[in-house]
Design a protein around this ligand. Structure first.
Ligand SMILES: C[S@@+](CC[C@H](N)C(=O)[O-])C[C@H]1O[C@@H](n2cnc3c(N)ncnc32)[C@H](O)[C@@H]1O
Length: 428
């Protein structure tokens, strides 16, 4: 049996370092994503990337992970992290140095990354003088997760930064290996499934039949969370999203989930989203309402214009309370609130706005309003304040810059946009 705990030999060498032939294609080859071996820096921490897969653009995703991890450590007084697909080990380094993790198991199936990961984590020793704070392994992520589970070696945070839809391969073993009330940080780069053009693939990977919708990138996040809901319920767990983050660099979908024992209440927040091509309205439906899905618009195409995706997560994308704490911590660390608004600050504030429970799934793009109203695209801020004056909830979306999350029907958006441009609602 493998030994992966901190008591393990410091430079643990697995007997079969590369059991999964699938990893063989992760070789240096794509558009400079695999960086040359120069010294990099992130939040003042220096590290090498060698020929591992590394993206500077993922720094914000790493910032969010470290903030959430540190809050966990502050509230529980402990933090053991499993960085299951660690690349050069930048996340492991940051969880140790910034979130003050007690221990990190850094794993990457590709043992050619070993020298770089070791060099990077040795920097931690210089900071703490304790070499047993981390262990590096080179196994398939599922094998590490399963071995830890079998040894009852549980982790408070498991980070799975995977490619494509691979995350669905790791979800169940990751949930098994999480401590009670632990955090699961998962990533997918599966833009094809979220776009709705490969519903058979999204069904296989996430258990959701996803169709093209104007807010497909939010659907991508909801599909990923929904996949986790499904896996969690098989094990008798339920999940709560702490934050959900989409970045067009990839594209990348990341969600931080809190996993607890218990049932998802009456399948709440796990259902279906519809979009009507005729009237432009979206609705959410529960499993109990499956047979009654229709759109109330009197369009000539009737229900044929209705697109249905699901089952997906239909609940809040973020926890407002957790995001508020992340903002406070980021301020305390001097990451935000120093004058000019940084990208991270903007993102966290938008996430907080998006947490308003009155907001519906999806967002309304101003281009769509303009095209339906046959006018020029209305200014976003003016539209939002006009909608608020009529009592609707509104928020910008961190996913789409020219879109509004709201509970306002499309017909009202069209009327308001026309009024703002002085166009008679009945004249077009
Ligand atoms: C997206 S990169 C990780 C990037 C890193 N987390 C960061 O923030 O820079 C994914 C890594 O997973 C590794 N990998 C791919 N398949 C794996 C598997 N089945 N088990 C473990 N590692 C795997 C690859 O070698 C690659 O280094």
């Amino acid at each position: 049996m493998l030994t992966l705990s901190p008591k393990a030999p410091f430079l643990y060498k697995p007997q079969n370092p590369n059991p999964n032939p699938k990893i063989q294609h992760y070789k240096p080859q794509i558009n400079g994503i695999y960086c040359k071996s120069e010294l990099q820096s992130e939040r003042g921490l220096e590290f090498e990337t060698g020929e591992t897969f590394f993206r500077h653009e993922s720094a914000k995703g790493r910032d969010l992970g470290v903030l959430a991890a540190s809050l966990y450590n502050q509230s529980k007084g402990k933090l053991r992290v499993l960085d299951a697909l660690c690349g050069c080990g930048i996340r492991s380094l940051r969880y140790l140095m910034e979130a003050k993790a007690d221990f990190v198991l850094a794993n990457d199936a590709n043992d050619e990354h070993r020298r770089v990961i070791l060099e990077n984590l040795k920097r931690v020793d210089r900071g703490f003088g304790d070499e047993r704070k981390w262990v590096v392994t080179h196994l398939d992520a599922n094998r590490v997760l399963s071995e830890c589970y079998l040894q009852k070696d549980f982790f408070d945070l498991i980070d799975i930064d995977s490619f494509g839809s691979d995350i669905s391969l790791f979800l169940r073993s990751a949930m098994n290996t999480l401590s009670f009330d632990g955090l699961l940080y998962v990533t997918s780069t599966d833009g094809h499934s979220s776009g709705g053009h490969h519903p058979d693939h999204s069904l296989a990977a996430y258990g959701a039949y996803v169709r093209p919708m104007p807010y497909s990138n939010e659907v991508g996040l909801r599909m990923l969370i929904g996949g986790a809901v499904r896996e969690a319920s098989v094990l008798g767990y339920y999940i709560t999203p702490l934050f959900s983050y989409y970045s067009y660099h990839g594209p990348v979908f990341r969600v931080m989930l809190r996993v607890n024992r218990g049932k998802l209440l009456e399948n709440r927040h796990y259902g279906f989203i519809t979009y009507c091509n005729n009237c432009g309205n979206s609705q959410e439906f529960s499993w109990a309402e499956l047979g009654q899905i229709s759109c109330s618009c009197s369009g000539s195409h009737g229900s044929r214009s209705l697109v249905i995706s699901g089952p997906l997560w239909t609940g809040p994308l973020h926890s407002a309370a957790y995001i508020s704490k992340m903002i406070n911590l980021a301020e305390e660390w001097g990451w935000i609130g120093n004058g000019a608004e940084t990208d991270l600050e903007k993102l966290l504030k938008q996430m907080l706005d998006e947490s308003d429970p009155r907001l519906k799934s999806g967002y309304i793009k101003m281009d769509e309003v303009a095209s339906r109203a046959k006018i020029n695209s209305p200014p976003l801020r003016t539209m939002m304040s006009a909608m608020q004056k009529e009592g609707y909830a509104t928020s910008r979306s961190h996913i789409a810059s020219n879109a509004i999350k709201t509970d306002c029907p499309m017909s009202v958006c069209i009327r308001i946009s026309k009024e703002l441009q002085g166009v008679d609602s009945f004249s077009v």
